[in-house]
Ligand binder design. Structure first.
Ligand code: PLP
Length: 411
């Protein structure tokens, strides 16, 4: 452990993130909004700049030098993403704009093809709107039924209820890996295995998982896994969908256009092979390359070391918050990731967030795109501090001081 902590010095790591060294409202910035988006290390910014400065070209289409360099870097990046989540084949990685688009892709293609009237799709109370609304839309269109697995009071999944809800009509389970609001980590292996025994496919919303945990899609045996680069220290506007080869091959295309075709005539179009069948139009090549550099950066730090350090931070933050009598933490599931939702007495989260911002502390306030989850707890929203490996205990102390100031003003 000592060796690990020695290796993992957040003060050294912070130097890789220039954005963190600024002042906000004359105070050192404390960035605790990592579940909304993570900051980018210089190496990612450089990868993006380097692409546009030195080899920007449309990929796959040109015989000329720049196009070939860009295509090679783009496809190599796809393979870096594959390796990071341990998918079997590079063509199982479909590049999208992010988790939201990945989930919509599956709902629009696999869903439209396979879900029929009377079928059921299972989600959980923890889901982000991105993993609720596409299924609601599909169910409406197909006259299928959306069913919801309840959670326990600590924010963990009610496993008995899950088993009871699974039945012969359950076509798909769409479930988060890590809750963006509560930090709950779902025991996916157990759940996926039970779903598969019931012939139910599983889509995992991994938006919050890649930054905190080791993800291995083969070990999980999930059928689809959605993710966003910007949640994992990469750029915005790029992300991916992992899908099992067989399923992806059987699914119809998502959007029509260039790239996704093999031949086109006015009478008939033959679609391209995987992964291009699902990637209509010019892709975000620079973003993909920068995404791969973010994953390489994380690999360099070591996801195990990141997990260990973030756990230490989470434990410290939880302990410091609970020293205060007015704090209620929402979501205390064992083994949760470094995301803490809380309330300060009856103070409106927006008021607290505004005062904290004046002290340079960036937290998120509101429902975190999980309105049904907030309803489950009978609250409008929370204050959320979502931590990253570049955060420090001294920043947590600043948050605690900030909360004292909020209490002084509002209680
Ligand atoms: N799912 C979860 C759990 C999330 O936290 C988010 C973003 O906050 C999303 C999906 C949507 O991700 P994106 O906006 O990158 O598509």
């Amino acid at each position: 452990m000592e060796k690990q902590l020695q290796l993992f010095d957040p003060m050294i790591i912070r130097k890789d993130f220039p954005v963190l060294s600024q002042k906000v409202n004359n105070q050192p910035l404390v960035y605790f909004d990592n579940a909304a988006t993570t900051q980018k290390p210089q190496i990612v910014v450089d990868a993006l700049t380097n692409y546009y400065q030195n080899y920007n070209a449309n990929v796959h289409r040109g015989v000329h030098h720049l196009s070939q360099v860009a295509t090679a870097a783009f496809e190599e990046s796809r393979d870096t993403i594959r390796r990071y989540i341990n998918a079997a084949y590079t063509h199982e990685i479909i590049l999208t704009r992010g988790s939201t688009e990945s989930i919509n892709l599956v709902a629009s293609t696999w869903g439209r093809q396979n879900v029929k009237e009377g079928d059921e799709i299972l989600i959980t109370e923890l889901e982000h709107h991105s993993n609720i609304v596409p299924w609601q839309m599909l169910c409406e269109e197909k006259k299928a039924r959306l069913r919801v697995i309840p959670i326990n009071d600590d924010g963990s999944l009610n496993i008995d209820a899950f088993h009871n809800l699974l039945n012969s009509k359950t076509k798909l389970l769409a479930i988060t890996h890590v809750s963006n609001s509560l930090g709950t980590v779902i025991p996916l292996k157990e759940i996926i295995s039970a779903a598969h025994s019931n012939n139910t496919l599983v889509l995992v919303d991994g938006a919050q998982a890649l930054s905190h945990l080791k993800v291995d899609v083969i070990d999980l045996d999930c059928d689809f896994y959605a993710f966003s680069a910007h949640k994992v220290y990469g750029p915005m506007g790029i992300g991916g969908l992992y899908g099992k080869e067989k399923l992806l091959n059987e699914m119809p295309p998502y959007q029509g256009g260039g790239e996704m075709i093999s031949t086109v005539s006015f009478e008939k179009t033959v679609y391209n092979e995987l992964p291009f069948k699902f990637e209509a139009g010019t892709p975000n090549a620079g973003g993909t390359i920068a995404f791969a550099s973010a994953l390489n950066y994380l690999k360099g730090l070591g996801i195990d070391a990141i997990e260990a350090y973030e756990k230490e931070l989470l434990d410290y933050a939880t302990q410091r918050l609970l020293e205060k009598s007015n704090i209620r933490i929402v979501g205390t599931a064992p083994g949760k990731a470094a995301i803490i939702s809380f309330l300060i007495d009856k103070i409106h989260p927006y008021d607290a967030g505004t005062i904290l911002d004046q002290m340079g502390i960036a937290v998120r306030t509101g429902n975190h795109c999980t309105q049904p989850l907030m309803q489950r707890f009978g609250i409008q929203g929370t204050i959320r501090a979502s931590l990253a490996f570049y955060n420090t205990k001294s920043e947590i102390d600043s948050l605690i001081n900030g909360i004292s100031k909020v209490e002084e003003l509002f209680l």
